[in-house]
Design a protein around this ligand. Structure first.
Ligand code: IFM
Length: 444
């Protein structure tokens, strides 16, 4: 049977983040934010999440992932556990993460560790978190400490998850902590994230010269709803530049550009990606709308249905964009060109689908698009599906089930969904059998 193969040694995994799975993270700014009614859908709170911390249920989850032929896992460490008060290091938290990483290695799964995935310790939030430059040496010290403590178990690091999402959602549309709407402040935050990433990159390499260090960058494929309209095309190019490209370009040449700032240089940021991490979910059809300065005068149209009925929550999520494997393919191609040979990892990609009706088709068509880009030369070395087990989805609470595995939170019982087996087959065969492509449709 014909199978579209991935390269030998390809990493197949899932991605998670500390605050979304650990539970009991009561010393960070997300926990504090969750306490206020109105911040999280339905009044949900992260609570015990997937009970990785107290119940150490990561072990069972890794057993499942391993049985599903995953050979890697992306997770994050929680700053507020490791440094609960400024300058104070928590040996129990370090010991916990040592057990987590050891559990992965015992199962033959390569760990990829993120240092910052949206949440900040309360003491740091009180100091403005990423709003001031004071965070830069603090993040540098944190990164160095984590690598000193865990570097014998991992040499594959992501400094920061989704800088653009972090700055936009917390500081432009005010949906996330700290709930501000201040474009100039968002620009400062981004600039500090850029500096923080750069110093962390160098600090990690000082401690661990062989480390591979990158960041996870979210790319949204913006498309003009009316390609005939020059104004629509200009707005889309502006959004694409500001949201997708500017941060990456600055990491290449150290030149500060909008929306990080205007003018100036950050030479220490140049060449600070040993690999490129791509988080890609969907594309956006955009119309011109001058009432939306926060999104550079573009408004996203609701998603076009994709073969299955969406429930209300899904519809709201897809209000953000269209399922679009062809745009994923084009994005990977662009990234390969940008990276000039640097390895690429898909550090997140997935879909929230309660009934697991959409996910099989999503998986097969996105992976077929990825395989095509690889066959044409894109140096992609791994894919991490978002996510392993249904978990706490930030402002959406527990309403968006992204997992390959369902979780009954009352009993913490895990049930793999059909698409977990599908993904397992692709991982085991290190390729996509043509019968799957025939069944689930081609990447368009
Ligand atoms: O759950 C999030 C994750 O924390 C960051 N990237 C997008 C995911 C799905 O929304």
């Amino acid at each position: 049977m014909d199978t579209r193969k991935f390269p030998d040694g390809f990493l197949w995994g899932a991605a998670t983040a500390a605050h979304q799975v650990e539970g009991g993270n009561d010393n960070n700014d997300w926990w504090a934010w969750e306490q206020t009614p109105g911040h999280i859908k339905r009044g949900d709170q992260s609570g015990v999440a997937c009970d990785w911390w107290r119940g150490e249920r990561y072990r069972g989850d890794f057993d499942l992932a391993c049985a599903l032929h995953q050979n890697a896992h992306r997770l994050s460490v929680e700053w507020s556990r490791i440094e609960p008060r400024e300058g104070e290091w928590n040996a129990d938290a370090i010991a916990f993460y040592r057990r987590v990483l050891t559990a992965l290695r015992e199962r033959g799964m390569a760990p990829l560790v993120t240092l910052h995935h949206f949440a900040n310790p309360l003491w740091l939030r009180a100091r403005g978190a990423w709003e001031t430059q004071a965070i830069v040496p603090l993040f540098e010290r944190f990164a160095a400490r984590v690598v000193q403590e865990l570097g014998d178990l991992c040499d594959f690091w992501i400094t920061f998850n989704e800088p653009m999402v972090y700055a936009y959602t917390g500081y432009v549309n005010a949906k996330w902590v700290p709930g501000k709407s201040d474009f100039a402040l968002a620009m400062r935050v981004l600039m500090n994230v850029l500096r923080g990433h750069a110093v962390a990159y160098h600090a990690i390499h000082r401690v661990q010269p062989q480390a591979r260090v990158g960041l996870a960058h979210n790319i949204l494929a913006f498309k003009p709803a009316d390609p005939e309209s020059w104004l629509n095309r200009v707005i889309v190019r502006l959004q694409d530049y500001a949201y997708n490209r500017a941060f990456l370009l600055t990491l290449q040449d150290g030149r500060v550009r909008f929306p990080m700032g205007i003018g100036g240089r950050v030479p220490e940021a140049m060449g600070t990606q040993d690999f490129l991490g791509l988080n890609f979910y969907f594309s956006r059809r955009v119309v011109v709308d001058f009432s939306q300065p926060g999104s550079l005068f573009g408004r996203t149209l609701p998603a076009q249905p994709w073969g299955v009925p969406y429930d209300d929550e899904l519809l709201e999520w897809f209000g953000k964009g269209d399922i679009d494997p062809a745009s994923f393919y084009r994005t990977v191609k662009w990234l390969a060109e940008y990276g000039k040979g640097a390895p690429i990892y898909i550090t997140e990609n997935g879909v929230p689908d309660r009934y697991d009706e959409l996910r099989p088709r999503y998986l097969v068509t996105y992976l077929a698009a990825l395989q095509r880009a690889i066959a044409e030369g894109a140096p992609v070395k791994g894919y991490f599906h978002w996510t392993l087990v249904d978990n706490f989805e930030w402002a959406e609470g527990y309403t968006l089930p992204f997992g390959l595995i369902a979780n009954d939170r009352a009993t913490q019982t895990r049930t793999p969904k059909p698409s977990a087996a599908l993904y397992a087959r692709i991982a085991r065969e290190n390729g996509i059998a043509s019968e799957l492509i025939e069944k689930y449709g081609h990447a368009n």
